[in-house]
Write a protein that binds this ligand. Structure first.
Ligand code: ZN
Length: 182
């Protein structure tokens, strides 16, 4: 198993709607290898989620795993590895919440994005079994960010003002100086 190259914003594959997977395809050895490679890639890059289009494969599959130790996302708590295939999303609470999002396909930047605070995701797992989860708060944002990749969207599309798009090191510096002032 190996880490794959992550494609960056500008690559047209990130703008395609990813192809739904058949049951046979989900259960194939090829998909088992893809899942292992996506996990390796996500870990190598220090991400908390990754979608197949980000490694240039336009298939409707993404992974989420939040490790307690991830220094890039202090909002996040432990969340076990979840493999999401052919997802459908339903908004359960339209009230918006905002977080500074980052993306492996948009290196060095962070953007403030507001999204619904509670969603339901119906999907197939790696064994092609139907699953349904309800995600709230930061986790709702993580799911919506990853699912966006399967529908040809990138978080920067949802940043309302370019002033809310920053280099990560500037954002961290700003947050540190705000902290020391209060
Ligand atoms: Zn992303």
């Amino acid at each position: 198993m190996s880490a794959l190259k992550v494609i960056k914003m500008g690559n047209p594959i990130l703008r395609q709607i990813a192809k739904e997977m058949t049951i046979e395809e989900i259960l194939s050895e090829e998909t088992k290898k893809l899942i292992a490679d996506l996990l390796d890639t996500m870990k190598a890059e220090g991400g908390i989620g990754i979608a197949a289009p980000q490694v240039g494969i336009s298939k409707s599959i993404c992974l989420i795993q939040i490790e307690e130790s991830n220094p890039r996302y202090k909002e996040a708590s432990n969340y076990p590895l979840t493999i999401i295939i052919n997802p459908k999303i339903t908004i359960l609470d339209e009230n918006l919440q905002g977080f500074w999002e980052g993306c492996l396909s948009v290196p060095h930047l962070r953007g403030f994005v507001e999204r619904p605070r509670k969603v339901q995701i119906d999907y197939l797992d790696e064994n092609a079994r139907p699953q349904s989860i309800v995600a709230e708060d930061f986790l709702a944002t993580v799911y919506q960010h990853e699912l966006d990749h399967l529908f040809g969207k990138i978080y920067v599309d949802r940043v309302k003002s370019l002033e809310l798009l920053m280099y990560q090191d500037e954002l961290i510096q700003l947050q540190e100086s705000n902290k020391s002032q209060t």
